[in-house]
Write a protein that binds this ligand. Structure first.
Ligand code: C5P
Length: 411
């Protein structure tokens, strides 16, 4: 039996300063701190006076496990320089929510309280500044805020969001802070090595669904989890990612462009015109090899009390991976082989039959629908096992392999 899966510690060993400025989104940062610590980070919370109107330091201390700092005159540090000590110890300062006022302060290098002082004092090569803005849409759109945002980005800050949506003021528009889980995904992505920076990656994922009639179809048990993990890992590695997804109920990884399709033909039609514009194509989708030749336009009813089973002809679907691999300007193609036995032999055969440089073998019954998997990478040089782990961990390893195969830029 395999070991039960343990929670991934994507932020193990990272120390973060989480700074709260004044905004109703402060209540969401309680959850963010919980998620960051669960992911392995140690968190030191710093709050401005305005933030303390929205959420108490008691809550933030309980969740971070450390007393909250809120004054540059805090004399508990022997050197009496909390802004220096905080910014030297942290891998990143995450300001969430970041108010319009705080962005204005950063843009002008003002430092009249502990959090802005800490941001100004940070050694930028060791300590990143990640800002999660949250404000009313008019404030976000105001030319002064636009100028200030451009300035802080030019000065090295990284913006996480904001997004559009319902706002606390009752209005709808840009300026809403990302949800805690989205912020966690962004912070984790920030720390991943950028092995595919500047590359474009196309991924297929999930099953396809081939209609028999308006209410029935042929499909398979692929959950899409592996392909979604590959898309997320490629984006974390700095790539621009397009994900062509069959019918699955999975959230789109942040920053990934998603195209939803149902049938193999639709997947083919989405992939083929786009493929040559990409550096890498990873075909994780479990594409149906066959489809009913002429789907019935109305629901097929039982004839003769159901004794007579309906008959339908099947016709072959296009092989998307093989077709992409044959393109004159083919991207680096990675195929998946879901087998029930003899993994290495089948995967090696697939290298030839599909004409691709890398095939990733996995045992179908051991992966479909599960959160973990084990992979066997097969290429012209040999085979390499990636032992059982959660699918995102494996996807990150696969992305590193692909980057190494591409060589040069970003590898
Ligand atoms: O031939 P087989 O289905 O076993 O090959 C699996 C690999 O080929 C996977 O990478 C899958 O995404 C891809 N494939 C495809 N189009 C098909 C069938 C498979 O892209 N019609």
């Amino acid at each position: 039996m395999d070991e039960p899966q343990t929670e991934r510690q994507d932020l193990a060993g990272r120390h973060l300063v989480v700074g709260l400025t004044g905004g109703i989104a402060c209540y969401k940062v309680a959850e963010l701190v919980r998620l960051l610590t669960k992911a392995g980070a140690s968190v030191q919370v710093v709050m401005t006076a305005a933030a303390e109107h929205f959420i108490t330091a008691v809550t933030m201390q309980a969740l971070s496990g450390r007393p909250v700092l809120d004054s540059q005159w805090d004399s508990r540090d022997p050197n009496n320089m909390p802004h220096i000590n905080l910014s030297r110890a942290a891998d990143a300062i995450v300001v969430a929510p970041t108010s319009a006022d705080f962005i204005a302060k950063l843009a002008h290098g003002q430092a009249d309280e502990l959090l802005s002082l800490t941001c100004l004092a940070r050694p930028s090569e060791h300590c990143a500044l990640l800002l999660a803005p949250a404000m009313n849409r008019e404030m976000w759109a105001h030319p002064a805020t636009r100028r200030n945002v451009d300035r802080v980005i030019a000065d090295g800050a990284v913006l996480l969001g904001p997004t559009a949506g319902d706002q606390a003021c009752g209005e709808i528009g840009d300026g809403r802070m990302l949800e805690p889980a989205e912020l966690l995904e962004e912070v984790v992505a920030f720390f991943q090595p950028k092995a595919l920076l500047g590359r474009r990656v196309l991924v297929t994922a999930g099953p396809t669904y081939e209609p028999i009639d308006p209410v029935r179809g042929l499909t398979n048990l692929s959950s899409g989890k592996m392909g979604f993990a590959v898309a997320r890992a490629a984006r974390e590695a700095g790539a621009e990612v397009t994900l062509v997804a069959g019918p699955v109920h999975l959230p789109t990884p942040r920053g990934v462009k998603r195209i939803d399709v149902r049938t193999a033909q639709q997947m083919f039609d989405a992939v083929m015109p786009a493929a040559s514009r990409h550096d890498v194509f990873v075909a994780t989708a479990a594409v149906a090899d066959w489809r009913p030749a002429t789907p019935a336009s109305e629901k097929i009813k039982k004839e003769d009390g159901g004794k007579q089973a309906p008959k339908f002809d099947l016709t072959e679907n296009p092989d998307i991976l093989a077709s992409v691999a044959r393109l004159p300007k083919a991207p680096f193609c990675v195929g998946f082989a879901a087998e029930s036995h003899d993994l290495a032999r089948h995967a090696r055969n697939k290298l030839k039959s599909k004409g691709v440089p890398l095939v990733v073998g996995n045992l179908g019954p051991d992966t479909f629908g599960r959160d973990d998997n084990a992979l066997l990478l097969v290429d012209a040089k040999g085979e390499r096992e990636l032992p059982r782990a959660d699918k995102l961990t494996l996807a990150r390893q696969l992305v590193r392999e692909i980057a190494a195969c591409l060589g040069g830029k970003g590898a």
